[in-house]
Design a binder for this molecule. Structure first.
Ligand code: ADP
Ligand code: ZN
Length: 626
C-alpha cells in the first residue's frame, strides 16, 4: 500500500482566464503558485486582501497581475525609494508601463510622470508613502483612474514592529478617500500580533486574509557559539560559499567597516553599507551588490528590505538580532530563487550582556522596554534550543512545521537536526556561579562582569584576581571541572534563561535576578545545551551544479555562457542581471536548448516583451555553444 501524500491542488484552479493570459503573455510563466490565483481573483473582483507570504513567495504578481487585468493604474505604495528604479525597470523589461514618484526626482521629471498618469499612459505607479500626504498627489489620483492600491511592506504600519514608518499610519486615507478602489496589503512578516495590527490600522478587518506557509525549506538555519567571530565567518564563507553573493549583518557601523575591510583583506569581494556612509557610496555599493555576481555586503540592518536579488546564497549574522521577526526577515533575504542557501549566526555571551544593557539604557517607557525584553527573550530561546530551529521559528509565527501535510518534529536542514546537541543538568554550575556573585557582594561589596567571575570559578590567578584578593574566596577554583569556554556557555545560558541578570550600571556586571534564589535553593533545576562537536563540512566546490536538480550536468556550460551574456546585457542597459532573466529562466533555456523563437517562448520566465528584446540574442548564444 502506498502512503498517501498531500499534493496541493493545481495552482491555477479558479484563476480568471484574463489573469492567466497576463501571467503567460507578460510574465512568461505557466501557472500561479500557492495562493496567488485566489488572491488575484479577490482583487480582480474588486475586493480587499491582506497577504502574509514569505520572501520569495511571489507577492509581486499578486498586485501586478490584477493591476494589468483591471482598467486603470495600479498604485503601489512602498517605503523602498532606493529600489523603485529597479522595480520599474523590471516591469518595463516585461513591457509594462511603470513609473514612480518620490523625493529623488526633480520637478520636471515629476511633472512628466504626472502628465503620463493623467494621459492614461501608465499601468503601474510606485509611490513613496510620504507622497500621499501631499494634497497634490491626492488630487492627481482623484483625476486619474486607479485600478487598485497595493500597500507593500505593510508591516511598516505596526508601531512596535521592527520597521515602523510613521508615514504608513497615514495610509488609512486610501480607504477613506477612495472607498471603492480595492486595496491589497502585503508583508513577509508573520507574527499574529503584526497581522492583527496591520488589519486594524489599515481597516482591513473585512478584507480576505491570506496567510501562506512561512517555511523556507531551501534555507539551512545554523546558530553556533561565537569564539573568534571573524575567523568563524571566514571559514564559513570559504568552505561553503566561496564566490557566492551574501549578506553579513553587524550591529554597529564600526563593526560593519571593520568586518568589510577584514574580508576584503582576505580576498573576498566585500562592501560596507550603513546609514553613516555617504549617500553616494551607499547607493553605489547597493547597486554593485545587485548588479555584479558574488559580492558580499557587510551591513547594518538598514540594508536589505525589499532587495529583490534572487541569488543571495547566504545571510550571516555576526551579532545577535534583536528579535525573531528581525532574524526571520533578514535571513529570508537568502535564497529567493528557491535554491539551497544558508542562514548562519554566531552568538555568544557578550551579545546577551550587550543587548540587555542596550535595553536598560534605551529611551521609551517601561512598557517599551518590556516589549524589547520579550523580543530578545524569544530570540535567545531560539538560540539556546536543543530542538529543531525551524520548528521553533515557525511556532513563533503560530505555524506548525508539517511538510507534505504530515506533522514532524524535525526538519533535517538545521544545525540541531544535523548534529543534535545534548541536554544536561546545569544546576550545580549555576549554583556555583550565583554563590560567587552573592559572596562578592557580601564580602567585597562589589559586582563584576562575566570574565572575572569565570576566572574565579576556574581558579585562574589573573592579576586582577590576585590584586583584589579574590583567590581567598571560598568559591575560588570550585568550577575547575569546566573550561573557560564551557563556563562562558553556562553564563550565557543563565542570562538567556533569566537566572542571572545584567546590572543597570552600564558596565555589564552580573547580578542576581528574581529567579536566582530558586536555583540557589535547589527549587529549580537548570537545563542547558552542550554544543555538539561539529565535523567541519566538506567544501562544496561542485555545489552550483549539484544544486540544480532540474538542469542536467551537460547543460552547465551553456548556463554559464548565458550568465556571461546576461551580465554584459545588464551592464549595457544598466539594470540588475535578474531584470534581464532570472537564474531559473537561464537554467530553463540551458536545459531545453531552444533553436527557434517559438521554442524559446515556451521557457518559463520568457514573456512577449523579453522575447522581442532578447530572443534573437539568446538563440545566438545557444547556437554558439552547440
Ligand atoms: P516576494 O515579493 O514574495 O519576495 P517575488 O514576487 O519577488 O517574491 O517572487 C519571487 C520569485 O519567484 C521571482 O523571481 C518571481 O519572478 C518568481 N515567481 C513568482 N510567481 C511565480 C510563478 N507563478 N511562476 C514562476 N515564477 C514565479
Ligand atoms: Zn531542524
Amino acid at each position: 500500500m502506498s502512503t498517501p501524500v498531500d499534493t496541493p491542488a493545481p495552482a491555477t484552479t479558479g484563476a480568471a482566464p484574463a489573469a492567466l493570459d497576463v501571467l503567460h503573455r507578460v510574465f512568461g510563466y505557466d501557472a500561479f503558485r500557492g495562493q496567488q490565483a485566489a488572491i488575484i481573483d479577490q482583487v480582480v473582483q474588486g475586493g480587499d486582501a491582506l497577504v502574509l507570504m514569505p520572501t520569495g513567495g511571489g507577492k509581486s504578481l499578486c498586485y501586478q497581475v490584477p493591476a494589468l487585468v483591471r482598467s486603470g493604474i495600479g498604485v503601489v505604495v512602498s517605503p523602498l525609494i532606493a529600489l523603485m528604479q529597479d522595480q520599474v525597470d523590471a516591469l518595463a523589461a516585461n513591457g509594462v508601463r511603470a513609473e514612480f514618484l518620490n523625493s529623488t526626482q526633480g520637478p520636471d521629471e515629476r511633472r512628466r510622470v504626472e502628465q503620463a498618469v493623467l494621459a492614461g499612459q501608465v499601468d503601474m505607479l510606485y509611490l513613496a508613502p510620504e507622497r500621499l500626504k501631499l494634497e497634490s498627489t491626492r488630487a492627481l489620483l482623484d483625476r486619474a483612474t486607479v485600478s487598485l492600491f497595493a500597500i507593500d511592506e505593510a508591516h511598516c504600519v505596526a508601531q512596535w514592529g521592527h520597521d515602523f514608518r510613521p508615514d504608513y499610519l497615514e495610509l488609512s486615507v486610501l480607504h477613506e478617500r477612495w472607498p471603492t478602489i480595492p486595496r491589497i496589503a502585503l508583508t513577509a512578516t508573520a507574527t499574529p500580533q503584526t497581522h492583527r495590527e496591520i488589519s486594524a490600522r489599515l481597516g482591513l478587518d473585512d478584507a480576505a486574509h491570506f496567510v501562506a506557509d512561512f517555511d523556507r525549506p531551501n534555507i539551512q538555519y545554523r546558530i553556533e557559539p561565537k569564539a573568534a567571530a571573524l575567523q568563524q565567518l571566514l571559514k564559513f564563507i570559504r568552505t561553503e560559499h566561496a564566490g557566492d553573493a551574501g549578506i553579513v549583518y553587524c550591529l554597529s557601523r564600526n563593526s560593519v567597516e571593520r568586518t568589510a575591510a577584514a574580508l576584503a583583506d582576505q580576498g573576498i569581494a566585500a562592501l560596507p553599507y550603513h546609514a553613516g556612509l555617504d549617500a553616494g557610496i551607499r547607493a553605489r555599493n547597493q547597486s554593485r551588490f545587485l548588479r555584479e555576481d558574488g559580492i558580499v555586503m557587510v551591513a547594518t540592518i538598514a540594508f536589505g528590505m525589499g532587495i529583490d536579488k534572487p541569488d543571495v546564497r547566504f545571510v550571516a549574522h555576526l551579532d545577535l538580532p534583536k528579535s525573531v521577526e528581525g532574524y526571520y526577515q533578514e535571513t529570508g533575504r537568502a535564497g529567493r530563487d528557491g535554491l539551497p542557501s544558508t542562514a548562519w549566526l554566531a552568538y555568544g555571551l557578550n551579545d546577551v550582556v550587550q543587548q540587555r544593557r542596550m535595553i536598560d539604557q534605551s529611551d521609551g517607557d517601561a512598557a517599551h522596554r518590556r516589549q524589547l525584553s520579550a523580543h530578545l527573550d524569544a530570540m535567545l530561546a531560539l538560540c539556546e534550543t536543543i530542538e529543531c530551529r525551524r520548528v521553533r521559528l515557525l511556532a513563533y509565527f503560530g505555524q506548525e512545521f508539517a511538510p507534505g501535510g504530515r506533522e514532524s518534529t524535525a526538519c533535517g536542514n538545521c544545525d540541531t537536526c544535523i548534529a543534535p546537541p545534548e541536554a544536561w543538568d546545569g544546576t550545580v554550575p549555576a549554583q556555583k556561579l550565583l554563590s560567587t556573585i552573592v559572596r562578592l557582594e557580601r564580602e567585597h561589596r562589589q559586582r563584576y562582569g562575566a570574565g572575572h567571575l569565570v576566572d574565579i570559578l576556574v581558579g585562574k590567578r589573573s592579576p586582577r584576581v590576585a590584586e583584589l584578593g579574590h583567590d581567598a574566596l571560598s568559591t575560588f577554583g570550585i568550577g575547575a571541572d569546566l573550561g573557560e569556554q564551557e563556563w562562558r556557555a553556562v553564563v550565557r545560558q543563565l542570562l538567556a534563561q533569566g537566572f542571572v541578570a545584567v546590572a543597570g550600571d552600564g558596565y555589564g556586571t552580573l547580578v542576581l535576578s528574581p529567579t536566582s534564589a530558586d536555583v540557589l535553593g535547589g527549587r529549580t533545576s537548570v537545563r542547558m545545551r552542550r554544543e555538539p562537536i561539529r565535523a567541519s563540512r566538506p567544501a562544496r566546490a561542485t555545489r552550483r551544479a549539484a544544486a540544480q536538480p532540474d538542469m542536467p550536468t551537460e547543460a552547465v556550460p551553456l548556463f554559464e555562457a548565458l550568465r556571461v551574456w546576461r551580465s554584459t546585457q545588464a551592464k549595457e542597459r544598466s539594470v540588475p542581471a535578474y531584470v534581464v532573466f532570472s537564474d531559473a529562466t537561464l537554467r530553463g533555456i540551458a536545459a531545453t536548448r531552444p533553436d527557434s523563437i517559438e521554442q524559446l517562448a515556451e521557457v518559463s520566465g520568457v514573456g512577449a516583451a523579453k522575447l522581442e528584446t532578447y530572443g534573437e540574442l539568446v538563440l545566438e548564444v545557444v547556437a554558439a555553444a552547440a
